[in-house]
Design a protein around this ligand. Structure first.
Ligand code: HOZ
Length: 426
């Protein structure tokens, strides 16, 4: 038995399901998870010493790859000065300035530790600011595991077939209204019905937790118009897309200004940093400036902020995104051409360095399309890639991330492995 499987068996007695976050358990691909021993650049090694080209990148944060030297140095320097104070530090101002510079809709920002905290806090703020209770979210979008969001949720909830979690009180669920991604009419309908009590619309501007689904032309614009009309807050959940698809996030690509933005993943460079921010008038309602309470002992932790700030500095260097996107787009475009040429029943969605290959023909532009994917075929595909040294997310409904550490050689080898695997299983 492999060392990974031995560790998994031991972990199952100590940690629910043997993992500290559900999708990691590899359940939907019918394998034992790999236990990871180390990572450097584009590669990771498992507990058995096998090496893989990694396209999970810690589920998004590692845009620079694993153990990047400048990030390690920034963390080391910060650690030498003390690991946590629970008091303000100068670096928190520097990262706030940097975020505000990179994401113009953010005029003020509060740091938290995880994307879940960011979305829970943004929701509370939207409710506190508007004095209204209900929220509109989209089926298959995932905004962390806060009670209000685990209704028709994506990511692990979808992968494991529990999009509505037990334990969420009906009173909470009642205030979460769900619409169809890329269908603004479904949102308008809800607004007409509950117009007086909708505090916010929350959306992943590029859905990244039911695979990857870009917004159709006009969809986000319409959400902005509806929110303006009904005086409710538009929240872009850019935990996945922020600092990833563009230095200014998806909102910069589609040129839409949300009222609030939630950020995570890349913003912490692999350490736990997340944030929510937006219009000053709204953010000033957050405690202690205003009455909407939110707090955290490790918020703004110096090690995490050091890693995040250095990451944001590196990705702001001239040419960084051009190079990353060029590499990623070459990879995705040539894979898409191959699929077309072979007539394979697959759909490939991507935006710059994030993408998803669906085992479904004819395109995927919403949740109902996504769930038509052949998840058994995906599991075969995943298993074969692992055998051949390519590590992608163990779920049809997660994104594949390309980092600046991936070399042309990594991507060429991966393209070859994907091609021969598909030839075998389709
Ligand atoms: N929510 C993450 C994927 N969208 C999963 C995180 C993890 O398992 O680490």
């Amino acid at each position: 038995m492999s060392k990974s499987s031995q560790l998994f068996n031991k972990a199952k007695n100590l940690i629910p399901g043997g993992v500290n976050s559900p999708v990691r358990a590899f359940r939907s691909v019918n394998l034992d998870p790999l236990f990871i021993a180390s990572g450097k650049g584009s590669k990771i090694k498992d507990a058995d010493g096998n090496e893989y080209i990694d396209y999970v990148g810690s589920w998004g944060p590692l845009i620079l790859g694993h153990a990047q030297d400048e990030i390690l140095e920034a963390i080391r320097k910060a650690a030498e000065k003390g690991t946590s104070f629970g008091a303000p530090t100068e670096m928190e101002i520097q990262i706030a300035e940097k975020i505000i510079e990179m994401v113009p809709s953010v005029e003020m920002v509060r740091l938290v530790n995880s994307g879940t905290e960011a979305t829970m806090s943004a929701l509370r703020l939207a409710r506190g600011y508007t004095g209204k209770n209900k929220m509109i979210k989209f089926e298959g979008c995932y905004h962390g595991h806060g009670d209000s969001f685990l209704i028709k949720a994506g990511s692990g909830a979808l992968t494991l077939g529990e999009p509505n979690s037990p334990g969420v009180p009906a009173d909470f669920a009642r205030n979460t209204l769900t619409a169809d991604f890329n269908n603004a009419d479904s949102v308008e309908q809800i607004f007409k019905e509950y117009s007086d009590d909708i505090a916010c619309v929350i959306v992943e501007p590029i859905a990244g937790n039911m695979g990857v689904i870009p917004p159709d032309k006009g969809f986000l614009e319409k959400l902005r118009q509806l929110c303006d009309h009904y005086k409710c807050i538009l929240i872009f959940d850019e935990v996945m897309t922020g600092f990833r698809v563009h230095p200014g996030g998806a909102q910069a690509i589609y040129n839409i200004t949300p009222d609030l933005t939630t950020m995570g993943k890349v913003i912490g460079g692999g350490l736990p940093v997340a944030a929510y921010g937006g219009k000053k008038e709204i953010m000033e309602q957050v405690s202690p400036a205003g009455p909407v309470y939110q707090a955290g002992t490790l918020s703004g932790n110096p090690l995490a902020v050091a890693a995040g700030l250095k990451t944001l500095e590196i990705i702001s260097r001239p040419g960084y995104f051009d190079q990353l996107n060029k590499k990623a787009l070459n990879f995705f475009k040539s894979t898409k051409n191959l699929i077309k040429k072979k007539g394979w029943p697959l759909s490939l969605n991507y935006v710059n360095s994030m993408g998803c290959l669906y085992f479904k023909a004819g395109g995927v532009s919403n949740f109902s399309d996504a769930i038509q994917s052949d998840t058994n075929k995906f599991a075969d595909f995943f298993g074969q890639l692992i055998e051949r040294g390519v590590y992608i997310a163990p779920s049809q409904f997660e994104a594949m991330f390309i980092s600046s550490a991936h070399s042309e050689e990594d991507l060429d080898n991966t393209a070859k492995i994907i091609k021969s695997t598909l030839e075998k299983i389709l």
